[in-house]
Design a protein around this ligand. Sequence first.
Ligand code: GLA
Length: 394
Amino acid sequence: MDRRERLIARARQGFRLAYGVEPTRFFAAPGRVNLIGEHVDYNDGFVLPCAIDRETIVAAGPPAPQIREKLFEAVALDMGEMASARDRFDLVAPIRPGENNWQNHVRGVVQALGRYGHRVRPMRIAIAGDVPIGAGLSSSAAFGVAVALACSDYSGLDLAPEMLAKVAQLAENDFVGCACGIMDQMASAASVADHALLLDCRSLDFMPVPIHQSLAITVIDTGIRRSLTESAFNQRRAECEAVARHFGVKALRDLDFGTLLRGEPDLDHTLFRRARHVVGELDRVEPVGVALAKGDTAVLAQVMREAHLSLAEDFDVSLPPIDRLAQMVAEALGDAGGVRLTGAGFGGCLVAVARDDAGAAIDEAIGRYNDEADLPARAEVFRPISGAAEIMVG
Ligand code: GLA
């Protein structure tokens, strides 16, 4: 059995144990790693993530026949800390927040579908996932998009990836309490296998960018988790919006470097640094996209280094051990590829985009880092898979 088959088997078994019958359909949505364009999605900018071969699977089936109310029932398995108990709620009454995270999340998705005018039928679901939680690989977006797809498809709605992503984002913003942008949900909903997704976060136009066959995507988990992530994330977002207001633009995407530099004397220095990261990062997306398609690792090395330093020094979302690890891996890679902090930051993962024969150099650098670090880092190569879809199970 491969990874996905095992996950499907667990979702199937969980469904059977919870409801005493077999599920009739299965849906999947992947996690993602962002290659470039960090903290720019909520500034209406361009981003370049790709889906990874770690997913949330939803097994779905009809509601219990003898129950008269319009009930939605859910059970979550295998979700690490999120796994606990079952949830059921009435689709006719107003949907109120549940007791813990995953329950809220399912309720939030069903409510968000309703707010976009889509009615969900009574159904039962079991959810299983293997996207690492809290690592910056968007386990939350995978969860939300998988549930949105299962609910909508099962209810006979054929929703575009953009709508699935918007539903999942609204659920997180309103029910889970994170002011996240749309990148993670779009990567989970719209990615194409062996490609990264160039996404315009303002229009939601997207274009798959091929990942050159000589390249491998390695995610290096620093092991560092930070509980402050949500409040610090929301604060960064508020700072960016403050700068946009200061310059009278809709979002930082509309600010050019010259205007920012001329305005520096009138701007609080922290706000200036935040904006310098965003405006600079926007210029890094296209070169990385081109280098990714061409397999130009020297460009990847240089631009990803700049991106990491900008996140560390201007956006203040890195930590000293992460900077140290990024530097050790960058030195080991030389021109063979780039490495930088990925995702929201404050811990989590580095991503390396490098020649596929550079794995030994990456491992060797991590080994040296682990000899001196408090927490061991771990590398894993991920395959860019396609976005959310129903799985036909024989
Ligand atoms: C988190 C958010 C995304 C994005 C990234 C930073 O993953 O959920 O919307 O803002 O951080 O690029």
